[in-house]
Design a protein around this ligand. Structure first.
Ligand code: KG4
Ligand code: ZN
Length: 382
């Protein structure tokens, strides 16, 4: 397999990189110069999925196709650069929806070939972490609960960095020894993603899609202790001890929780009583956030993580931010929450990781790389 090495200039410390993200329902094109964010243009097809109550892969793929060129144009305009100016093109090669990934990947290959640029197929999950290096990511907007405060030109993640990624498609905790060389999966969901659980429960409560923001709002009016919903994979047989970890010590499971909520709703309906939606929303949210944060903080503590970055769409959740901030502070872990626009899927995170790969002199990808819907987290670039 030959590598595409047309632009043979030496690696720059602050390369201009175009990043393309199409792994789910957001068409993202971002442009960075090193750690400086120049553009972050996102076109979402979320409205087209509303009536189905979840992302429909074929609709997402078609929407990427339609949105790609306008999104690219807008990003280039915003950054004030041309395709000719960029040093490399980075694109999410996985994990994600196969058809959706393929649209971005094909576009990136076409651009790389036409403009004679190097191509980097990168890991979506690692890109979520890469965003933490962007200068703007320091201006955290977490209603006073985030860490932030790093100097503007940081190009290395602090030693002992970890990331908790929580979205509609994934729920993982990672240890990041080096963004370009060494990322390890410590734990993940074994069934539904946390955001997916929000979306499913919102549907049960008749709140519509996407459910996260709706439950977030409704929960504020309810009693989080009204119902004691299950915290998945917390029994000793799954958790074990620090010395003898159980199989799912750092993993999550949200499908049992969703079923428990469905049963609770059903009991009220069968009895002909009004469903206490605010109390159910608050109690469901407390169960999600409790187990998410407890397990993340334990995994962090046991793996030397002293700085934890939060990413993914669920990072917008107010209760998650509050409880995670509290538990991280108690455990002596610095919590960093980038602005929501950089937490949700976007092209800037892909560009940010691409810039690090270029700066580190990592070999570019070949033009025939495939989309890998289940790309493991230790395959940082392909
Ligand atoms: O990262 P994202 O935009 O797309 C992917 O799923 O990859 O995340 C969207 C997910 C949805 O499941 C949505 O319900 C959830 O994030 N979400 C929230 C909140 N805002 C968005 N979940 C809980 N609370 C929120 N405020
Ligand atoms: Zn994501």
């Amino acid at each position: 397999m030959t590598e595409h090495t047309a632009s043979a200039s030496p690696p720059s410390a602050a390369p201009l990189v175009l990043g393309i993200e199409t792994s789910c329902d957001e068409t993202g094109v971002g442009i960075v110069r090193g750690t400086e964010l120049l553009a972050n243009t996102v076109s979402s097809s979320v409205e087209e999925h509303v009536r189905f109550g979840g992302v429909i892969p074929e609709i997402a793929a078609r929407a990427h196709l339609e949105a790609f060129v306008p999104t690219l144009r807008q990003a280039l305009d915003t950054a004030g650069v041309t395709l000719d100016d960029v040093d490399a093109i980075a694109v999410t090669s996985g994990p994600g929806l196969a058809g959706a990934l393929m649209v971005g990947l094909s576009a990136a290959k076409g651009l790389a070939l036409a403009a004679d640029k190097t191509l980097y197929g990168v890991n979506h999950l690692v890109a979520h972490v890469g965003v933490g290096l962007l200068d703007d990511a320091a201006d955290a907007d977490a209603a006073g609960v985030s860490g932030g405060g790093q100097p503007a030109a940081v190009t290395e993640l602090p030693p002992g960095t970890g990331a908790l990624l929580v979205s509609g498609g994934h729920t993982e905790i990672l240890r990041v020894r080096s963004l370009t060389r060494d990322v390890e999966l410590l734990g993940s969901t074994i069934d539904d993603a946390a955001g997916e659980a929000y979306d499913k429960v919102a549907r049960l409560l008749g709140l519509g899609y996407p459910g996260g923001p709706k439950i977030d709002r409704l929960a504020a009016e309810g009693d989080p202790e009204a119902f004691r919903f299950p915290r998945g994979l917390t029994l000793p047989k799954f958790v074990g001890t620090a010395e003898q970890p159980g199989k799912h010590r750092h993993d999550w499971s949200f499908s049992g929780l969703k079923t428990a909520v469905a049963r609770a709703v059903e009991q009220f309906e069968v009895a002909g009583r009004p469903v206490p939606t605010a109390d159910i929303a608050a109690s469901f949210q407390e169960a999600v956030v409790d187990v998410l944060t407890a397990k993340a903080v334990r995994a962090a503590g046991e793996h030397g993580i002293t700085t934890l970055l939060l990413g993914g769409g669920v990072a917008a959740n107010r209760r998650l931010r509050e409880l995670l901030a509290q538990r991280c502070a108690d455990a002596g872990i610095e919590l960093r929450i980038p602005p929501v626009s950089l937490c949700t899927d976007n092209g800037a995170m892909v560009a940010a990781l691409g810039a690090q790969l270029v700066a580190a002199g990592v070999a570019p990808s070949s033009l025939d790389i495939p989309a890998d819907s289940s790309q493991p987290v230790d395959r940082i670039s392909v």
